[in-house]
Ligand binder design. Structure first.
Ligand code: SIN
Length: 481
């Protein structure tokens, strides 16, 4: 029987960069729920924020902490911003090409709440897709596709691998170290920008194992999303559009964000999302738009080709047309608690990296484009720790038991859950609605459901309970009495 040195659950930027940093001679297996591109990294548009030089590190730290509304762990932020440059440079040294000007200098764009231009991008607005392709091309280790992790094999303070469902069969996959890099929670919400595979299963399994989850109430809503499509993943309109001159208007073409914050379109995204929400309610407006009238067509097409062609496919002629927008769920700041080497407290050999993890690097509101950076920086730290660390590992076998993953009613309940989370645990919350949501989730948990829905529900419950506990608004968590 095969015992891997490392199993990595997830093939986004964090998982693949961990794989890239693990020596070829190590036995490594990457588990991927569907296809490799079914991850949030693939859809990331804006770019990777990084201190432009040593002098910018402190400012990047400060911007991250300011956006995080007081909940960031300063040491975690120092790691992120301090090690960011070398993590990005390491990609460049391996051959990755970010966009450059005519003289070969890296181009840096701006996004909300950054006090300067410090976001590198690739393919204009295709940064995530290009980084993902690059990491896949360089990855030296095998991937196993269409594989759902349904259990963490654990005893006392050690994890022995995971149980999977693959090609209609259950199987135990054993490893000396397990890295979870499975992403966030998008599928819990009716409107979201996430890949369809991002459904909070691993957070649910961590809860079942008794791991601590933290800051789960901190759910980030991206302010500019085109939601009028029947696809589960809604169309993101990158914040870099606003960084480079797009603005938010009402049906009469009037800008209103300056009424809420002097930074207008460049306020942190929690503020922009809430302002749009509030303006629509107060002024009884059905529709708010993003306007691109500041852009020249050729520039727009070259700088934002993904958005240009995606929106063209949906019937918009950019930059002339304005596009109806809504906030939508985008990113989970909360996650499985870990230390600065990405290790989970409860186990000697379990690591979490990327959106599934919580180091408190984002606090109560993530600064734009810090997420790809987090994936790069903390994957390297996890790998470093794994390679340094020695502990006694005596392999043990677990039962090959099967489970009922789906029940007939699950589909309806999943859809009810998405509506419930959007309406009751969304941009503006009240204690009453949170309690209603908790009751409803509890009753779904005790009904006749499959295991995968149960995991979603356990994560939803953790979000709602954290939201109820935090009685005062902070960052992305806004509660009205
Ligand atoms: C965007 O391009 O607006 C998304 C960037 C991010 O989520 O940080």
């Amino acid at each position: 029987m095969q015992i891997y040195d490392v199993i990595i659950v997830g093939a986004g930027i964090a998982g693949l960069n961990a794989a890239l940093n693990l020596p070829e001679e190590k036995k490594v297996l990457i588990l991927c729920k569907e296809n490799s591109w079914d991850c949030n990294t693939f859809y990331a548009q804006g770019g990777i924020s990084v201190a432009v030089d040593e002098n910018d590190v402190n400012l990047h730290i400060q911007d991250t902490i300011n956006a995080g509304a007081g909940l960031c762990d300063k040491e975690a932020v120092k790691v992120l911003c301090g090690e960011g440059r070398s993590a990005v440079d390491s990609l460049i040294q391996k051959g990755f090409e970010f966009d450059k000007d005519d003289k070969g200098n890296l181009l840096y764009t701006k996004e909300a709440a950054h006090s300067k231009n410090r976001i590198v991008h690739a393919g204009g607005d295709a940064t995530g897709r290009q980084v993902h392709l690059f990491l896949m091309q360089k990855n030296p280790h095998p991937l196993m596709y269409k594989t759902t992790v349904i259990d963490i094999l654990q005893k006392n303070d050690l994890v022995y691998g995971v149980r999977i469902f693959h090609q209609g069969k259950f199987e135990n996959i054993y490893a000396k170290n397990t890295i979870i890099a499975s992403g966030g929670i998008g599928s819990l919400y009716e409107y979201h920008t996430n890949a369809k595979t991002v459904s909070a299963d691993m957070q649910g399994l961590a809860i079942e194992c008794g791991c601590e989850l933290r800051d789960m109430e901190m759910t980030q809503f991206h302010p500019t999303v085109f939601v009028n499509t029947d696809k589960a993943r809604k169309q993101l309109l990158s914040e870099s559009l606003r960084g480079e001159g797009a603005f938010v208007i009402n049906d009469k073409g009037e800008r209103f964000l300056f009424d809420y914050d002097k930074r207008g379109e460049l306020s942190p995204r929690d503020i922009v999302s809430r302002s749009i929400f509030d303006y629509k309610q107060k002024h009884k407006k059905d529709t708010i738009y993003l306007s691109f009238e500041n852009f020249q067509r050729e520039f727009f097409k070259n700088r934002f080709p993904t958005i240009y062609y995606n929106l063209k496919g949906l019937g918009f002629n950019l930059p002339e047309d304005r596009v109806p927008i809504s906030p939508a769920f985008h990113y989970a700041m909360g996650g499985i608690k870990c230390d600065l080497d990405a290790k989970v407290d409860k186990y000697k050999n379990l690591y979490v990296i990327g959106e599934v993890a919580n180091t408190r690097v984002h606090g109560a509101n993530r600064l734009a484009s810090n997420s790809l950076l987090e994936g790069l920086v903390f994957s390297r730290r996890a790998v470093r720790k794994i390679l340094q660390k020695n502990y006694d590992f005596i392999h043990i076998e677990f039962d090959e038991k099967s489970e009922i993953l789906f029940k007939p009613n699950d589909k309806i309940l999943k859809s009810e859950l998405r509506t419930l989370m959007w309406n009751n645990v969304g941009i503006v919350r009240t204690k009453k609605n949170l309690k209603l949501a908790l009751d409803k989730v509890d009753s779904m948990i005790s009904s006749d459901i499959g295991k995968l829905l149960k995991l979603r529900l356990l994560t939803s419950k953790a979000i709602i309970e954290s939201a109820i506990k935090r009685e005062k608004s902070l960052g992305a968590h806004y509660i009205k009495n």
